[in-house]
Design a protein around this ligand. Sequence first.
Ligand code: NAD
Ligand code: UDP
Length: 316
Amino acid sequence: MSLHLVAGAAGFIGSHLCDRLVAAGHAVTGVDNFITGSPDNLRQLAGHPQFQFVRADVTEAGWDAGLPVQSFDYIWHLASLASPVEYLKHPLETLETGSTATRNLLELARRNDATFLVTSTSEVYGDPLEHPQSEQYWGNVNSIGLRSCYDESKRFAEAITMAYHRVHGVRTTIARIFNTYGPRMALNDGRVVPAFVDQALRGEAITVFGDGRQTRSFCYVSDLVEGLIRLMHSGFREPVNLGNPVEMTMLEFAQAIQAKTGSGSGIVFRPLPQDDPKRRRPDISRAKQVLGWEPQVSFDEGMALTIEYFSSLVTA
Ligand code: NAD
Ligand code: UDP
């Protein structure tokens, strides 16, 4: 059994990670300030002897005063605004989660001699000029655009993580996560998966932004969590892409959701948000080689589980 701290525990990915760690017999302290997460995501762990929850904002000085344990083996930094709608509402908080919060959690890792993982993003590649995106690509990011609060926050998070490794010898890892989906995504956070599924289930028209020819590649959450766990134990210090290379246009995605939900509602086109990346697909050669990892859950299987989850919320 080892001791884990998960920052961003009440979020979509964080809550699945906590479930996996607890099920593997570890002791987990989850931390969250609920800015986008929800206590509902951790309901299944309430009262579990291996799980403790602390409500705290990891960007604040002294945020760790209420922690029940001060000797973690592993520190997972997932705390961040993650949906474009949310980070556009909270740009300053978003910048703080990549900068101050990353430094706070790296300091804790240094003091504890813990291994550290930060969840970076495919957004560090911006609107990429190389396709698919490998970790060697340095990206095409607008440093002052609306999305810059997220992109630059994550780029800073990667930079300070590498610096803590180089200067203080902290054992660090960096996951560059591509679009991930599944149960416990917030229904109203504006990301394309909950947005389209919710609209289809309610019989509302699906809102495709732009002409719908922009692409994304969707990874099911259980695959992603498996990748994160392998990365944490890999000893590999440079960033690793984690995502599913199966790529589709947003128009194809909207049509797939219509077919899977049996929705007769139409599709409406809305303006494309600023700097919305045109193409995105991970090159996962490094993850295959270093972690022996690749996604196992097909789009059809993952979407069936996701639609079932959102149906239970929509009809509740
Ligand atoms: P999420 O919004 O569901 O979860 C993030 C959690 O962090 C939330 O519970 C939120 O309340 C918490 N949080 C934010 N700021 C905090 C703070 N200052 N103190 C404490 N808690 C704070 O998002 P998610 O999809 O689960 O993403 C998890 C991580 O993975 C994020 O770092 C995100 O940037 C990264 N990521 C996710 C995706 C994806 O497709 N889901 C893609 C790329 C990167
Ligand atoms: N999108 C869309 N309709 C929506 C929400 C999103 O067409 O209601 C598009 C968005 O423009 C982007 C893609 O879906 O091209 C993925 O958007 P999301 O917000 O999920 O995350 P991103 O990958 O842009 O970070």
